[in-house]
Design a protein around this ligand. Structure first.
Ligand code: ZN
Ligand code: ZN
Length: 340
């Protein structure tokens, strides 16, 4: 008889169920990971609502993942049982020109574990051996689960031309906004301004290095940077008003990094973009930056632990999701843990 495992599945709009399934068989080139840490992400809530259009239920979600290698298939490199790893969820076809150039994030057939394919809401997950990275000893698996989010942010920051002392603003105080603040500081931008709506997140942003914080939910005209002054603005809120703020803050020749995903098409002030000669950059994943992300977590250049506000056990994954949905003020990053 095959071994059994517990999984959580997205079963219908805003509904998840726990059930027992058979553990899958390992193929050549794959490794099996006992999942230890799962980050709950805004994208999970978006998929759960049924509005994302990535995939259909039933499906285990979960794409911010770290765990321990439990089985190594043939031709799966030199991975060893017991290795502590984090998982790059992105899977390309491996054959197209983009994949062959190392750019699987541009693969027309590409997809992600936990978005398009079964994700890590399972005790054991089988992934291609090329999709895991060894976690340094001093980095916890909870921290390592966040390498996925940080890798998206670092890939985005890599697209900017940053020089020491360039004024930069992040619009959006979610986990990605808080990582962007840290990366911009590490890159030498100054001052770094964080604009958001939640006082607790903004306070954390300040603790993590933001030179200026602006709370839009309070009358805070003082600290908002003047229009036309920023060299770089990162839009990490995915809101039309945030985009409008971003465009107005940028000075001539400024760089606008579009990272947030608005739920609907938004109106954009093209005239300002043309007249200020702004450079627009979009960004999603970047498979090249994982080793540097782990190095930056290890060195402390990017701090993860202060963002982790709650931890739940795997058996309470449904409660973790409702907590994140209903408590945006308290929940910055919620982690679900499995005993290994
Ligand atoms: Zn995510
Ligand atoms: Zn491909």
């Amino acid at each position: 008889m095959k071994e059994q495992q517990l999984i959580w599945e997205w079963t219908a709009a805003n509904e998840v169920r726990q059930r027992t399934t058979e553990r899958s068989q390992l193929q050549a080139g794959q490794v099996e990971i006992a999942i230890s840490s799962i980050g709950i992400c805004g994208t999970d809530l978006h998929i759960l609502s049924g509005e994302a259009g990535f995939s259909n239920p039933p499906l285990p979600l979960g794409h911010e993942l770290a765990g321990i290698v439990t089985q190594v298939g043939e031709h799966a490199g030199d991975w060893k049982v017991g290795d502590r790893v984090c998982i790059d969820p992105l899977i390309g076809c491996g054959r197209c020109p983009a994949c062959r150039a190392g750019n699987k994030h541009h693969c027309p057939q590409g997809g992600e574990i936990g978005l398009h394919y079964a994700g890590g809401w399972q005790q054991y997950l089988i992934v291609p051996a090329d999709n895991i990275y060894l976690v340094p000893d001093s980095v916890t698996l909870d921290e390592a689960s966040q390498a996925e989010t940080i890798h998206c942010c670092l890939g985005a920051v890599d697209k900017l031309h940053i020089r020491l002392g360039m004024a930069a603003t992040v619009v959006g105080d979610g986990p990605t906004g808080l990582y962007f603040v840290q990366l911009l500081k590490a890159a030498g931008a100054s001052p770094v301004t964080l604009i958001g709506m939640q006082s607790s997140r903004l306070a954390l942003g300040e603790q993590l290095g933001a030179d200026v914080i602006v709370n839009l939910s309070e009358p805070d005209g003082q600290s908002m940077p003047a229009a036309d002054t920023q060299s770089i603005v990162i839009e990490a809120a995915g809101e039309e008003t945030a985009l409008r703020t971003a465009i107005s803050l940028l000075g001539k020749g400024g760089q606008l990094l579009l990272f947030g995903l608005p739920a609907v098409p938004v109106a954009v002030d093209i005239q300002s973009i043309v007249m200020k000669e702004l450079r627009l950059l979009g960004s999603t994943n970047d498979p090249h930056v994982w080793p540097r992300v782990l190095q930056m977590i290890e060195s402390g250049a990017v701090r993860v632990e202060p963002l982790i506000t709650q931890r739940y056990h795997f058996g309470e994954l449904d409660e973790a999701l409702s907590f994140v949905r209903n408590n945006p003020q308290q929940a910055i990053k919620v982690i679900v843990n499995l005993d290994q």
